[in-house]
Design a protein around this ligand. Structure first.
Ligand code: NAD
Length: 499
């Protein structure tokens, strides 16, 4: 592609596509081939974010009064447009983010599913009615919109995660300023464009691309923004939480993970191997729910390791647009360097490097950020590679002697997003379900693969108690109002009058 054919993408503020106030741009390149310049995007700053916040605040005054089923009509149309464009949007995603095309299709599909689901909420959003303790008095609770939502998203699910946040916000009657990850602005742009075309009024959804500190801080500090919904690393989540605190806004945080698959001695080992390969190396290990730890009962440890390592070595690495490829590149040079750093840490800690361990930089790999799928075995649960989120194709296999030890290993990390057990023993499955302290749990399936109509989120340093997706998402983007209607025609005092 010659330079002139590289498109420029602007911000969306108040229904208009406008360049950053500074006129500056940043580049979006393909992580499988850094010569492939996908586009230039607005490099925005605080002033752009503040304009978008002001537009969202103005739009809120009429959007909150649009009946929810009418808001839903726009979401249904958006879902249809996403269905029609799925293939193109998935290709754009693979090109900017690197995940294999099949997974990029899945990412777009999540946005489609969420659009239909949240459109359905346009006719639900149920409140409660309850009897009053007083005569001739009616009591109910309803959901109310909150106002302007600042939404900050990561690069690993570049359409799905914005959809998990934007769609419930819109159906609740809120307005939005989206700041997507700088590595994947095109998928955010594509998603916002679809919602625009589906008929959102100006200012209801605004897109401001640019750096976390430049754009993000304006959202966090603004007294006009009532909700911040952030998905990203625990480290940045902590600064988000602190920066948002003085204005008392609602802060929804979805952060890092160090997820585990527990393989018991009675497990179907082939099934467990399938799950551990997919859970560990799907999306190049760049899922918050990635199975980056696998704990295996000593009785089947050798057998499992042989089969698992054998399978991992056969994975085909390459450009995700090539249908024969099973694992794409890391998203950026920085992410690849993190992977390489942790491989060094694992070796220095004395874990056994059983598969992979090297960056791939020759031939077809020369212009991308590729790394071999990597397995460390004989890992001690306290090693850094078993404690810290790597966010790449590196899995630590940890032996254990008993179910109780496996539970202790599983819970012995700072994160609490996803866990799984492979066993045929129903009693152990239920004990694990109860005792593993995570927001997601799977039996005889890997740690990845959440469906959009159930709550999604984690415990401990993964989250701050909120959940996204499912009906639970409405709790982030609305607040409850309790209403009492007294039709007695006289003063009645709760807790005091007895008749
Ligand atoms: P990141 O924390 O670096 O960035 C996330 C977003 O925050 C980006 O849009 C970034 O520009 C922005 N940001 C950075 N600094 C900021 C600041 N000071 N103020 C405001 N915004 C700022 O994360 P990432 O590298 O994009 O994504 C990977 C991380 O996301 C991993 O830790 C992964 O576990 C996590 N993640 C969690 C979930 C979940 O649901 N729990 C889902 C996906 C990814």
């Amino acid at each position: 592609m010659n330079d002139r054919s590289v498109p420029t993408y602007h911000n969306l503020i108040n229904g208009e596509w406008v360049p950053a106030a500074s006129g500056e741009l940043f580049e979006n390149r393909n992580p499988a081939n850094s010569d492939d310049l996908i586009g230039r995007f607005a490099k925005s700053s605080r002033v752009d974010a503040e304009r978008a916040i002001a537009a969202a605040a103005r739009a809120y005054e009429h959007w909150r009064l649009v009946p929810a089923p009418k808001r839903a009509d726009i979401l249904y149309r958006a879902a249809q447009l996403l269905v029609e464009r799925k293939e193109r949007l998935a290709r754009d995603m693979t090109r900017e983010m690197g995940k294999v095309l099949e997974e990029a299709r899945g990412d777009v599909q999540e946005a489609i599913d969420m659009a239909y689901f949240m459109a359905g909420e346009g006719r639900r959003q149920h409140g409660q009615t309850a009897p009053s303790e007083l005569r001739d008095k009616f009591a109910m609770s309803i959901r109310q919109p909150i106002g302007v939502c600042g939404i900050i998203t990561p690069w690993n699910f570049p359409m799905a995660i914005p959809s998990w946040k934007i769609l419930p916000a819109l159906i609740c009657g809120d307005t939005v300023v989206l700041k997507p990850a700088t590595l994947t602005p095109l998928s955010a742009w594509n998603f916002v464009t679809v919602l625009e075309e589906a008929g959102l009024p100006p200012g209801v959804l605004n897109l401001v691309t640019g750096g976390g500190a430049d754009v993000g801080n304006a959202l966090l500090e603004s007294p006009v923004v009532s909700v911040v919904s952030f998905t990203g690393s625990t480290e940045v989540g902590r600064t988000v939480s602190t920066a948002a605190a003085p204005t008392f806004k609602k802060v929804h945080l979805e952060m890092g993970g160090k997820n585990i698959i527990v393989v018991m001695d009675d497990a179907d080992l082939e099934l467990a191997v399938d799950g551990c390969v997919w859970g560990g190396f799907g999306t190049t290990g760049q899922r918050c729910t990635a199975a980056s730890r696998v704990a295996v009962h000593r009785r089947v440890y050798r057998d499992f390791v042989d089969r698992y390592v054998g399978r991992v070595r056969t994975l085909t690495v390459g450009d995700g647009l090539d249908p024969s490829v099973q694992m794409g590149p890391s998203v950026s040079r920085g992410q690849l360097e993190t992977v390489m750093h942790y491989v060094g840490v694992g070796k220095a800690e004395g874990a056994t490097l059983a598969a992979g361990g090297h960056a791939l930089d020759k031939g077809a790999y020369a212009k991308g950020f590729f790394h071999e799928p990597t397995v460390f075995t004989d890992v001690h649960p306290q090693m850094r590679i078993a404690q810290e989120e790597i966010f790449g194709p590196v899995v630590s296999v940890i032996p254990f002697e008993s179910f109780d030890e496996a539970v202790a290993i599983a819970n012995g990390v700072e994160y609490g997003l996803s866990a799984s057990i492979y066993t045929r023993d129903i009693n152990l499955a239920f004990r694990a379900m109860r005792d593993l302290h995570t927001g997601l749990f799977y039996v005889n399936a890997p740690t990845i693969g959440a469906e959009i109509h159930l709550p999604f989120g984690g415990t401990k340093n993964t989250g701050n108690g909120h959940r996204e997706a499912g009906e639970a998402a409405l709790d982030v983007f609305s607040e409850w109002k309790s209403i009492y209607v007294d039709f007695s025609g006289r003063l009645q005092r709760a807790q005091i009058d007895t008749e």
